[in-house]
Design a protein. Structure first.
Length: 124
């Protein structure tokens, strides 16, 4: 399974990647903003899941989600947004844009595991 982690914070990317690795995911790509994330997706259309931040330079996560959803190759791609934007309006906006699940920072590895399971249809 190939995952893409997009966040402008290298520390947050490392935290997410380390958590994913502990959960058994080994094929993890990364991008530092929406443009890098989109370039990675375009070069790797076999990506199985996108985990993206909202607030990033160049192209933010919401713009990335909309671009991904507008591309037929990725219309069914599971997307989890991991962000500090925790307000109800922001969650609704992200879900309407096509996000499958939403995690508010800071989060625990257990929360990421549960959200991944929910999006992938895996139960304990």
């Amino acid at each position: 399974m190939k995952l893409l982690v997009v966040d402008d914070s290298s520390t947050m990317r490392r935290i997410i990647k380390n958590t994913l690795a502990r959960l058994g995911y080994k094929d993890i790509l990364e991008g530092g903003d929406g443009l890098e994330g989109w370039a990675a997706m375009d070069a790797n259309p076999d990506i199985d899941m996108l985990i993206t931040d909202w607030n990033m330079p160049e192209m933010n996560g919401l713009e990335l989600v909309k671009k991904v959803r507008a591309d037929a190759r990725f219309k069914d791609l599971p997307i989890i947004m991991v962000t500090t934007e925790g307000g109800k309006a922001e969650v609704i906006t992200a879900l309407k844009a096509g996000v499958n699940n939403y995690i508010v920072k800071p989060f625990t590895p257990q929360v990421l595991k549960e959200k991944l399971g929910a999006v992938m249809g895996v139960t304990e």
